[in-house]
Write a protein that binds this ligand. Structure first.
Ligand code: ADP
Length: 651
C-alpha cells in the first residue's frame, strides 16, 4: 500500500490516518461480544467518551438499553448480510448531549471467512440537518405567505367586482323616484357598501404590499403642497365632528423632491382620518418640517397630533401590525379593521422612513413619521427605495413607429388620441392578433402596445411569437401589455410571455406616461394633468375625462362620440338578439364590449349595468329584457346630458 516501506511503518501510517480523520472511526470485536477495540480522536470528541474508558466495553456500558439494542441489531445485520449499511440519520445520546449522526457500518471477516470485526464511521450531521430544516421551513413559510397574499388579492378583486355594481346600481337608483323612507334605506346601503369597499381595498393593498407587488413611483413631488391638499380634502370630515384641523409648516422653502405622491398622500390621509375618528373634541394639528441630510437628500419630518382618546403604552407597538387594534371595544364603538396603520407603516418603510407614536390615554396621540427623499435635481442618484423609471427613455416620440394591437374600434380611437397627445406621429393599428403579427413582420416598430384579449390570436401568444422570431435578430422591440384584467398574477403572465410592461384598462394617463417614459423622452407638459376619477363623477359621462383625450377639439369630440354611439347601437342589437332563455356566450360578450366602451368615456352607470349583465350568463329572457331597458334608459340619459352640456354628437 505504501511503496517501499516496511509493514511496521505502513501500520503506523494507517493508524495515524485513522486517528486523525475528521469523522469518528471505531471498531468492535464481533467474536468478543462486540467490545470496542478501536476509537479514534474524533470519536472521543463526538461521543464525549475517552478511548481508554471504552476499551473492552460494549454499547450496553454507555448507552441506554433501547439505543444499545438498536445499535446491536444493526451490527448483527451488517455482519450477517455481509453488506455495508448506511444509517442516514439517527439520534445519538452521549454525555455531551444528543445529536444526529450519519453512520456507515462495514463488516470485516477473518481468513476463515468468519465474522470478525465491525468497522464504524460516524459524522455529526446536526448542523447540516438544522440548516436544511430551517431552509425548508423558511421556503414553506414564504410560499404560504405568498399563497395567502395572492389568495387575498384575488379574493378582494372578486369581491370588488360585484360590490362595484351594487354601488353603481345604488347610485343609479338614487336618481329614480323614491319616497323618503326608501331614500334613507338606500343611503344606508350606499354608505355600508362604501365602507365595505374601503375594507376590501385595504386588504387588497396590504396583500399587494406583502406580495411585493407594489412599486413606488418616483416623480417630482411638492411635499408641502401635497400635505395641504390632503388636509383640505379632510376639512369637511373634521368639521362634521366640529373638530379643528390645521396644518403648520415649521419652515418654508422645502425643495422639490422625488417621490410617490399618491402613497405619501395615503400615509397622511390614514393618519389624519384616524385622528378625526378617535377624537371627540378639540382638534388635530398636522405639523410639517424638514431638514437637509446632505447635498442630495432632505428628510421630511411630519406629525399628526390629536386631542383624542389616546393609546395605552402597551398597545402603541401592536397597532402598527395588521388586524391589530388597541382595544376590542374600540372596534365596536368606532368600527374599522386595524389595517390602516399596517398599510401606513409598510408604505413609510418602503420609502425608507420610520413611523411611531407618542400617546397618553385620555389626552391624545401624536403620530410622527420621517421619510428621506432625493432632491429632484439629483433624480439620477435616487437609489433602492424608488424605481426611477422616470425619464430613462431617450427616443423622440415624433420619430417613433408604434404598433397598437387592439380589436375594439373605440379603444383604438382612444389609443390614437392618447398617443397623439404624447407627441407620437406614426401610430399603426392592428385589429387582431394575426394582423399584429403580420404588421410586425412587415415593418420595424419601436414600440408595440398589445391588447391581451383579441380575436384570432391573443396578445400573449403574439408576444411569444414575436420574441421567438426575434431570436435570430439583434433587435428586441419593447411590448407593453394592455388588459382589463387587473388580477394579481396578470403582470407575471404578461412578462412571462415576453412583454416588458403592463398597464390596466381603462388606461390611466399619468401611469401610462410613466411607463412610456422608460423608452420615450416625454415632457410632462404635453399631456393633460387631470386623471379621471370615475367614481366621483355624478354625471352619466365623464366629460373631463373625454377632454383629456380630445384636448377640447370639437371635431375629435364629435368623432369619438359618434363612434361610441355607433358601437352602442351595434351592441344593443346584439343584446336584443341574445335576449333569450339560458346560456348565451354572445350575450356575455356583448356586455363585455359595451363595458369597455363605457369605461372609455367614463360612463359609470352604463358600466355598472354591463357588469350586471355579464352575470346574466344563464338568466331568462325576461330578466335580460329588464336590463336592456335599463341600458336603453341610461343611454337616453347620456344623450340628454350631452345635449344639455351643448355637446354635438351623432345621436
Ligand atoms: P382601524 O382604525 O381600522 O381600527 P388602524 O390600523 O388605522 O385600524 O388603527 C389601529 C388601532 O390603533 C385602532 O383600532 C385604534 O385602536 C388605534 N388608533 C389609531 N389611531 C389612533 C388615534 N389617533 N387615537 C387613538 N387610537 C388610535
Amino acid at each position: 500500500m505504501f511503496r517501499g516501506k516496511s509493514p511496521d511503518i505502513q501500520n503506523a501510517m494507517l493508524l495515524m490516518i485513522v486517528q486523525n480523520l475528521p469523522v469518528a472511526v471505531f471498531a468492535k470485536d464481533v467474536k468478543d461480544g462486540y467490545r470496542f477495540i478501536m476509537w479514534n480522536h474524533m470519536a472521543e470528541e463526538l461521543f464525549g467518551l475517552k478511548s481508554a474508558d471504552l476499551m473492552g466495553k460494549n454499547d450496553y456500558d454507555f448507552f441506554a438499553k433501547e439505543e444499545a439494542d438498536f445499535f446491536r441489531q444493526t451490527d448483527e445485520h451488517v455482519m450477517a448480510s455481509g453488506k455495508v449499511v448506511d444509517v442516514a440519520e439517527e439520534p445519538i445520546t452521549t454525555p455531551r448531549g444528543t445529536w444526529w449522526g450519519h453512520t456507515i457500518k462495514v463488516p470485516i471477516y477473518d481468513e476463515k471467512g468468519q465474522p470478525s470485526i465491525l468497522l464504524g464511521i460516524t459524522e455529526d450531521i446536526s448542523v447540516k440537518r438544522e440548516a436544511e430544516a430551517n431552509l425548508k421551513a423558511k421556503l414553506e413559510a414564504e410560499e404560504a405567505n405568498q399563497a395567502k397574499s395572492e389568495f387575498l388579492a384575488n379574493m378582494s378583486h372578486e369581491l370588488r367586482t360585484p360590490l362595484n355594481s351594487i354601488i353603481g346600481m345604488g347610485r343609479l337608483m338614487f336618481n329614480t323616484p323614491l319616497n323618503s323612507e326608501q331614500r334613507v334605506m338606500l343611503q344606508t346601503v350606499l354608505h355600508s357598501s362604501d365602507l365595505l369597499l374601503k375594507t376590501i381595498d385595504d386588504i387588497l393593498d396590504l396583500s399587494k404590499i406583502e406580495a411585493k407587488q407594489v412599486v413606488l413611483e418616483s416623480i417630482p413631488l411638492d411635499v408641502p403642497k401635497a400635505f395641504a391638499q390632503v388636509v383640505d380634502a379632510l376639512l369637511p370630515v373634521a368639521s362634521q365632528k366640529e373638530l379643528a384641523l390645521s396644518l403648520s409648516v415649521a419652515r418654508a422653502g422645502m425643495p422639490m423632491v422625488c417621490g410617490d405622491p399618491t402613497r405619501l398622500a395615503r400615509i397622511l390621509n390614514n393618519l389624519i382620518s384616524n385622528a378625526v375618528k378617535y377624537t371627540m373634541e378639540g382638534g388635530i394639528n398636522v405639523a410639517l418640517d424638514w431638514r437637509e441630510l446632505n447635498g442630495e437628500r432632505v428628510e421630511l419630518i411630519a406629525q399628526v397630533q390629536d386631542t383624542g382618546i389616546g393609546i395605552a403604552d402597551d398597545k402603541q407597538a401592536i397597532i402598527f401590525q395588521a388586524f391589530s387594534q388597541a382595544d376590542s371595544s374600540t372596534t365596536r364603538k368606532y368600527g374599522g379593521t386595524g389595517l390602516g396603520l399596517a398599510i401606513t407603516r409598510q408604505l413609510v418603510e418602503m420609502m425608507g422612513g420610520t413611523i411611531g407614536v407618542k400617546s397618553t390615554p385620555g389626552q391624545g396621540s401624536n403620530f410622527w413619521f420621517r421619510i428621506p427623499f432625493a432632491l429632484t435635481e439629483n433624480v439620477s442618484n435616487i437609489g433602492s427605495t424608488a424605481v426611477a423609471y422616470e425619464g430613462e427613455g431617450t427616443a423622440d416620440p415624433a420619430e417613433m413607429r408604434i404598433l397598437v394591437a387592439e380589436d375594439n374600434p373605440l379603444n383604438q380611437l382612444f389609443m390614437e388620441k392618447m398617443l397623439e397627445g404624447f407627441g407620437f406621429k406614426h401610430v399603426h393599428l392592428a385589429n387582431n392578433g394575426q394582423q399584429a403579427l403580420e404588421a410586425f413582420l412587415q415593418s420595424d416598430y419601436d414600440l408595440i402596445l398589445m391588447d391581451c384579449h383579441m380575436p384570432e390570436k391573443n396578445g400573449y401568444d403574439v408576444a411569444i411569437a414575436i420574441r421567438e422570431m426575434e431570436k435570430n435578430t439583434r433587435r428586441r422591440v419593447p411590448i407593453i401589455a394592455m388588459t382589463a384584467n387587473v388580477l394579481i398574477g396578470e403582470r407575471t403572465k404578461c412578462l412571462e410571455s415576453g412583454m416588458d410592461e403592463y398597464i390596466g384598462k381603462p388606461i390611466d394617463l399619468e401611469r401610462f406616461r410613466r411607463i412610456l417614459s422608460r423608452w420615450v423622452k416625454l415632457s410632462p407638459l404635453n399631456v393633460a394633468q387631470t386623471s379621471p376619477t370615475p367614481t366621483d363623477a355624478p354625471s352619466p359621462l365623464d366629460l373631463p375625462m373625454l377632454h383629456t383625450y380630445t384636448h377640447g377639439d370639437k371635431e375629435k369630440e364629435f368623432q369619438l362620440l359618434s363612434l361610441f354611439f355607433e358601437q352602442l347601437e351595434e351592441v344593443l342589437r346584439m343584446l336584443h338578439e341574445n335576449c333569450i332563455d339560458g346560456y348565451s356566450k354572445e350575450w356575455f360578450d356583448a356586455c363585455h364590449l359595451l363595458k369597455g366602451s363605457a369605461s372609455n368615456v367614463g360612463a359609470q352607470g352604463l358600466y355598472a349595468l354591463c357588469e350586471e349583465g355579464q352575470r346574466y350568463l344563464h338568466e331568462s329572457a325576461r330578466v335580460r329584457m329588464k336590463l336592456i331597458e335599463q341600458v336603453e334608459h341610461e343611454i337616453a340619459t347620456i344623450r340628454e346630458f350631452l345635449s344639455a352640456s351643448g355637446i354635438a354628437h351623432a345621436a
